[in-house]
Design a protein around this ligand. Structure first.
Ligand SMILES: Nc1ncnc2c1ncn2[C@@H]1O[C@H](COP(=O)(O)OP(=O)(O)OP(=O)(O)O)[C@@H](O)[C@H]1O
Ligand SMILES: [Mg+2]
Length: 1045
């Protein structure tokens, strides 16, 4: 969901979306202060900041300077996607962001091959360290990695928690305040991959080791060790868990931090140390020193009766001896005595109680301070690619990151604030010089006349502080070295003597009445470029001297602890020459830093804290105004706006605003400068409003630009419509063309293929016809190559044809005519096919049907073509019996006994003599037949005795069973008539195995009446069946004519 440029997710949280266009100015102000109409107005400036802050837009530009307001809450603008969004995108095209600045710097380094630096400043808690971490993270995530240094990005990131543990502390203003200045070089190889890093540290606030203001803490590492260290470790170090047990930790009365967990951070630091490459032994030695500082703080002194000082806590000395590997008595001695060399002679003098306390504190500070320097060196070793490459600077480019304390004005300002503010004066000087220089260079390259910029040159203040012999630092050094009684007040007097009358220097004595009221007598005031600051001279000399008694140095030199012996060199203890004073050291390191920065192309991040309470959403205008002043932002803006509010390359300007002029829309084909000229003339720009350089247009007033921007906004719907229409047209046309091209390709491919196929087919056909004709001509020749194909074809055609025309039933006798060469095969196939059909047919025949068939076959053998009624009789189904079971008398069945009736039929028996017809049943068993008259078996005919069976050739049903005539017992042959004569005779002859004994007589049948006498049955054809006595005592049977068709 989107509304008014903000994105709201499902849970209703407002997610930040940076404004994207100049047109968002009414709601969120301008994203670049140079576009502020009233650029001289601090009120307008702060209002713009406030409005943007209210919309969570914490970044705003002043030209190429990024102003960042600490949101004091996590914003969702640092994700990987955001990094991608800013990658390779031009600085002005997208809303301001620390990533835009990081990316721009990185790309400038790569394309221009020039070293870059990013200067981050702002007061404590404004977000400098967070900004530097975000920049580092951006590089670690988005840059390619070098194969030889794959872990470098991780080590660069991990150096932060280590340095923060040892160099950061909770202060009144910031829970994680960096108490040292840091300049970090990141080296990139020619491919843009980070390959090395180097850190320079400035002015660690060592005084914090021994003293903290109320509500503040010592450096984090002490608390992390006590809270997170394992029991064993603490026992080895002789420490208790409670921080309140240590004098150096109780001053601020603030052992715990609400915002972070020391225990967790301890783990993070230990892991980071191992990632960076610290050995376990080195970590142990390091912790020994940290523990020793705590023990040292608890080392107490007593005052003897004669004013001598002695140590009251000997156990602490024992612990120190053990942890530091030093001579215990020498340490005790060195803490209570001082070694002096006067006129070549060494003298040992006892220290007063106060002197012993400050000697102890000085030792603690020196130990901690030098160990911190050692730590930075050690990290540098881990980050260094190759010494020679770093020093020669060949082959790699560098981006430097400066995270240094901003201008500081406290209630009581001391030596540290003096150094910090001096540093800021130097940075301001650098900034003015470089900005003006780059402005001037740009005007020159663009061929535009330089317009003098009025600005405050703070060289006068820098000189006031650093000038040789006359500067404050020189005077301070002199005062420290001067023999005789010197003190802070004498230093102040010396300042008054030397610098009195300087416009930027005032003391109580030199001030007018009004100023005097707000100054104490121990203060001097410097009128810095950013404002006036009163410095209290108390402690200046001591802090500048930063002295450590020589005998303490000697004891430390002899330590077994390698870190300490590295930090306290023997030469230093022997060397009689005084080391450089702290302020001079700082001045020299600043000079070096300025040289480093001058050799690079700078970018700036100015951090602002919106309130003192570390609260999100609160914008304290007074506080912000104060910072805007001290950061010199108005001055920044004035310099940047001295000439023109806005400048842009011709192509970018034309690209954006070309829709506003018909001649430049949609495309300008001439020279870019002519295009821009035509465009601005069309827009009615007045001569004083702009200038055209060689490659850029310079617009003097934001109003001119805004009017143009508004015109563009008004024109947008039209442009959108035109773009939409032409885009749609283009898209559709392109789509159509694509389809058309595809169709043509497919079509031609398909057509080609079809034509090729056809041609091939034709070629093959011609060849075939040719071969066939040739074969045909040679068909009668012996088998030869010329007729081979023809014969094959004929055979093949025959077989194919045969396959289609095979006879479907055994009765179908058709068969295709075979070519001569296949006659034999054809016959063979025919037989095979027939056999196959028969086998299939037989396979399908049921047992009853088979029985039927067998009977029919027998009937056919007997009667076929012999008897007229055969076709009719064989066509009917032969039944198993023509009598139902109940039609046979039970008595008859009982008489037959075990001989079962297999077939029964009704017949008419004709007496042999009178031919009287008598109805009978003929029953067939397996071995004999009987004639039954109702309940009585009249005659039994054994099959074995049966001599033959006679029937006529006509259609009558007469049949005669011939019985043996030798046997007198037999009554003679049996004359029967039955309607199913074919069936009965077939069954009977089969059962009696007398198939060959069936005679078919054409004219008459002779039969035996009894004892040798004969009878005859004559058959004639008539109209209907008639059985009657004929002539000569013959039986005459008239059989009807049957139409066999
Ligand atoms: N961009 C940011 N987003 C969210 N929180 C931030 C951001 N910048 C700073 N903060 C918050 O402000 C606190 C202070 O920031 P930081 O430590 O960077 O200040 P600093 O300028 O380095 O101060 P000092 O000079 O004391 O070291 C951080 O611990 C963090 O809580
Ligand atoms: Mg910081």
């Amino acid at each position: 969901m989107r509304y008014q440029g903000r994105e709201v997710d499902i849970e209703g949280r407002v997610r930040l979306v940076m404004e994207s266009a100049l047109t968002a100015r009414d709601r969120v102000g301008v994203q670049d202060f140079v576009l502020l109409e009233n650029y001289n107005s601090e009120v307008a400036f702060i209002e713009n900041l406030r409005r943007r802050f209210g919309e969570n837009l914490i970044y705003t530009y002043i030209g190429s300077v990024l102003v960042s307001v600490n949101p004091y809450k996590e914003l969702e603008i640092y994700s990987k996607q955001q990094m991608e969004r800013y990658r390779g995108v031009s600085f002005y095209e997208i809303s301001p962001h620390i990533y835009a600045l990081s990316d721009n710097t990185y790309r400038a380094m790569r394309t221009e091959r020039k070293d870059q630096c990013i200067l981050i400043s702002g007061e404590s808690g404004a977000g400098k360290t967070e900004a530097s971490k975000k920049i580092l993270l951006y590089y670690a995530v988005t840059c390619p990695t070098n194969d030889q240094m794959p872990a470098l990005g991780e080590r660069l990131l991990q150096s932060n928690p280590v340095l923060e543990a040892f160099g950061n502390a909770k202060t009144f203003r910031n829970d994680n305040s960096s108490r040292f200045g840091k300049y970090m070089d990141v080296q990139f190889d020619f491919r843009g991959a980070p390959v090395g890093g180097h850190i320079l540290n400035y002015l660690l606030e060592k005084s914090r080791v021994i003293h903290q203001n109320h509500g503040e803490r010592n450096f984090h590492i002490f608390y992390q060790l006590l809270d997170g260290g394992e029991d064993d470790l603490l026992t080895t170090l002789g420490l208790e868990r409670n921080p309140q047990s240590y004098q150096y930790l109780v001053k601020g009365n603030c052992p715990r931090l609400s915002s972070v967990s020391d225990k967790n951070n301890w783990k993070v630091v230990m892991k980071a140390l191992s990632v960076i490459g610290f050995t376990e032994e080195e970590v142990q030695k390091l912790l020994n020193i940290i523990a020793s500082v705590l023990h040292l703080g608890n080392t107490q002194f007593g005052e003897g009766e004669e004013g001598e000082t002695y140590i009251t806590t000997e156990t602490k000395i024992t612990s120190l001896t053990k942890l530091l590997g030093v001579d215990g008595s020498a340490l005790g001695e060195a803490l209570t005595h001082k070694k002096l060399t006067a006129k070549g002679e060494e003298m040992i003098t006892p220290l007063s109680f106060e002197q012993a306390v400050s000697a102890r504190d000085a030792l603690a500070k020196a130990m901690y301070g030098r160990t911190f320097t050692w730590l930075v060196e050690k990290i540098n070793q881990s980050l260094a690619l190759k010494e020679e490459i770093y020093h020669s600077g060949k082959g790699c480019s560098v981006i430097g990151l400066l995270d240094i304390y901003g201008f500081e004005v406290l209630q009581h300002n001391s030596f540290e604030q003096f150094c910090i503010n001096y540093c800021n004066e130097k940075l301001q000087q650098l900034f003015i010089e470089l900005t003006l220089r780059s402005e001037q260079e740009e005007y020159e390259t663009e061929g535009i006349a330089w317009e003098t910029v009025q600005y405050f040159d703070n060289k006068i203040i820098c000189d006031l502080i650093e000038e040789k012999h006359k500067g404050i630092i020189s005077i301070l050094d002199e005062e420290c070295l001067r023999p005789g009684e010197t003190c802070d007040v004498s230093f102040l007097e010396k300042l008054e003597d030397t610098l009195g009358g300087h416009p930027h220097f005032v003391t109580h004595k030199l001030a007018n009445g009004k100023t005097r009221r707000v100054m104490s007598r121990e203060e001097f005031r410097l009128l810095h470029y950013a404002g006036e600051v009163n410095y209290n001279v108390n402690g200046f000399l001591d802090k500048n001297n930063d002295l450590l008694n020589r005998n303490l140095k000697e004891v430390m030199c002899q330590s077994d602890n390698q870190i300490l012996s590295h930090c306290f060199r023997k030469e230093e203890a022997i060397d009689q020459k005084r080391p450089e004073m702290a302020a001079t050291q700082f001045k020299n390191s600043l000079t070096k830093l300025m040289e480093i920065l001058m050799s690079k192309e700078p970018s700036y991040v100015r951090c602002i804290k919106p309130n003192d309470a570390k609260q999100p959403g609160r914008f304290d205008e007074v506080l912000v105004r104060h910072q805007v002043k001290y950061l010199g932002l108005m001055e920044n803006l004035r310099v940047r706006r001295a000439g023109f509010a806005y400048r842009r390359r011709f192509e970018a300007f034309l690209q954006r605003y070309k829709p506003l002029c018909p001649e430049t829309w949609p495309n300008w084909h001439g020279r870019l400068s002519d295009g821009v000229s035509t465009l601005v003339n069309h827009l009615g720009y007045k001569a004083e409003e702009y200038k055209l350089g060689r490659s850029k247009i310079f617009i003097r007033f934001p109003k001119t630009l805004f009017n143009t921007e508004d015109a563009l906004e008004a024109k947008r719907p039209d442009i959108a419509l035109t773009l939409q229409t032409s885009w749609r047209g283009y898209r559709e046309r392109a789509k159509y063309q694509r389809i058309r091209r595809a169709v043509i390709v497919i079509q031609s491919g398909w057509r080609g293929m079809k034509a090729r196929r056809r041609a091939k087919r034709r070629r093959q056909a011609a060849e075939l016809i040719h071969r066939l004709i040739k074969g045909f001509i040679y068909r009668h020749e012996e088998f030869c190559p010329e007729n081979e194909y023809f014969h094959d074809h004929v055979r093949y055609s025959f077989l194919k044809n045969l396959r289609k025309n095979l006879p479907k039933s055994v009765l179908d006798k058709s068969w295709p005519t075979s070519p001569p060469s296949l006659i034999e095969a054809s016959d063979h196939l025919r037989r095979l096919h027939m056999r196959n059909m028969v086998a299939k047919y037989c396979h399908r025949v049921q047992p009853e049907w088979k029985k039927q068939m067998m009977q029919k076959v027998v009937a056919s053998e007997i009667f076929k073509d012999e008897k007229d009624s055969y076709p009719q009789g064989v066509g009917r189904l032969f039944l198993d019996s023509r009598l139902e079971r109940e039609q046979i008398n039970l008595k008859v069945v009982q008489t037959l006994g075990s001989d079962k009736v297999q077939y029964g039929v009704t017949v008419v028996k004709y007496d042999r003599r009178g031919f009287k017809p008598r109805p009978r049943q003929l029953l067939l068993t397996n071995t004999f037949a009987v004639l039954v008259d109702r309940t009585k078996i009249k005659q039994r005919i054994d099959y074995a005795a049966l001599r033959g069976i006679s029937v006529s050739s006509l259609s009558d049903g007469m049949f005669v069973l011939h019985m043996p005539n030798e046997d007198n017992k037999q009554k003679g042959d049996v004359v029967l008539h039955c309607h199913h004569v074919i069936e009965v005779v077939t069954k009977l002859s089969m059962m009696a195995s007398k198939v060959n004994y069936v005679n078919i007589s054409p004219g008459s049948i002779r039969f035996v009446v009894a004892r040798g006498k004969e009878g005859f049955i004559d058959f004639v054809r008539g109209s209907e069946l008639k059985v009657a006595k004929g002539k000569r005592g013959h039986l005459l049977v008239t059989a009807p004519q049957i139409n066999s068709a």
